[in-house]
Design a protein around this ligand. Sequence first.
Ligand SMILES: *[C@@H]1O[C@H](CO)[C@@H](O)[C@H](O)[C@H]1NC(C)=O
Ligand SMILES: *[C@@H]1O[C@H](CO)[C@@H](O)[C@H](O)[C@H]1NC(C)=O
Ligand SMILES: *[C@@H]1O[C@H](CO)[C@@H](O)[C@H](O)[C@H]1NC(C)=O
Ligand SMILES: *[C@@H]1O[C@H](CO)[C@@H](O)[C@H](O)[C@H]1NC(C)=O
Length: 437
Amino acid sequence: MDGDRPMREFLLLVCLVISTNLRSIAGSVPQAVYYQLESCGKVHLTVSPMQDNYFELNWVVKDCNENNSPDYIIFSNEDPRNREEERSAILKEIRASEHPTGYYKTKFKFREPWLPGNWEYNPNTVNADIGPHCLPFWITSKRNNQTIDTRCLEIQPTWMQDNREYLANQRIGNVFIPGTHNSGSYSGIIAVFEGYVLNQDRDVWNQLVFGNRYLDLRIGHMPDKELYIYHDNVRIGKVEPVLRQIQKFAELAPQEVIIVDIHRFPFPKNFTREMHHKFVGLLQNILGNHIFHSSSYENESGPTFSKIWSTKRSIIISYADSLVINDYQWLWPPIKQFWGNTNQVSELRNYLRSSIYEHVGLRRPLWALMAELTPQTWDVILRKNNLRVLAQKANKEVTKWFRDEWCNRTNIVASDYFLGNDLIRVAIETNKAKGLK
Ligand SMILES: *[C@@H]1O[C@H](CO)[C@@H](O)[C@H](O)[C@H]1NC(C)=O
Ligand SMILES: *[C@@H]1O[C@H](CO)[C@@H](O)[C@H](O)[C@H]1NC(C)=O
Ligand SMILES: *[C@@H]1O[C@H](CO)[C@@H](O)[C@H](O)[C@H]1NC(C)=O
Ligand SMILES: *[C@@H]1O[C@H](CO)[C@@H](O)[C@H](O)[C@H]1NC(C)=O
């Protein structure tokens, strides 16, 4: 069974505080370009999951040799292609050869961004701009003063719509869907064990706007009759605001297929039928107009995107309780999460690789690889290997595994601190390439 056992064993209480909202100014729109993400010198930016939230520079070193290796990696706050006096925008320039793993952590902090294209969360927004949008942070690799690759840190609020010609005939079970693990466990908690409770540092709205399309929620019911997001036994925050963020996003981006996995009901132990009905009522109430109805799959890989789009409803809700599913035709069966429960990167890799073969026996369209490390009992007792530390260890490797090896055999991948990996872009490019065939 999935879950973070040490948490259950050691955590009782947490308290909520408010996160700070420092904003930076966002930049403008790039055109869609088809990228091979995995060749020597290709670049991407990530944000460290550690509390410093420093930018990290990443470039591909695989298959590099003396004839194609980048010599400089440049971090800047303007698109280097748009500027004559390019140097003034440079924040950091490093020699690639001094960092042979293709990774460098800067000392520039990523603050809560101002989301461009009218994508700031606002319940009153009625329109936002389709297409990817750059935040004002760029990474460039150069060789002999020639640019090899340039990319910005981008939001991808409508990547499914943007790539509809590639996706239309693909089935939901055959595409790569990036997502988050314990999606409701974000920000704001300060407690002794906060490092073992928070899996994300961006709210669900940001998760969706950046391009995640799978959300993993765990629900609890309090004696005060309110429904909450839980992380094991730990109460995180109310469910309703999270559902409202999903609802607003679906309204502004109606062609984005979002999988909401109601994965567990950790509290109370006896999560009664009444509680289920109350929660399903809330789902229906807030998300109802957007929920995709499909009582049977016409195909073991699920419906095609064009089928889903034709209904004008694009939220798929999977529900972990099979009795409840019988009562509501529109709930999809539970999604199998392949969860390695290890704090070792090499074990995670082996586990995920074997899971890719194992899933074939499931006979369900959707399945999820949980691409994160989990603190073990002694990590919690000794206060080492918290979720941020583990995400820092895992995320770089996770990007490489999926980008370089497993992308074509992957359905859902859920990660912790998603800004620390490049899975969203890997998913987009993989699905485009598949759609070309
Ligand atoms: C590198 O290229 C830029 C413009 O592309 C030019 O201004 C600069 O002088 C070049 N530097 C060297 C060392 O060649
Ligand atoms: C669970 O709760 C229901 C309703 O409150 C109650 O009837 C039932 O006995 C409880 N089951 C257990 C195992 O506690
Ligand atoms: C399901 O769809 C796939 C790909 O679109 C196709 O190859 C397969 O034959 C379909 N299966 C059935 C039972 O129709
Ligand atoms: C994935 O499939 C595409 C063709 O659709 C191919 O070009 C690419 O090399 C494959 N990637 C991997 C990592 O197998």
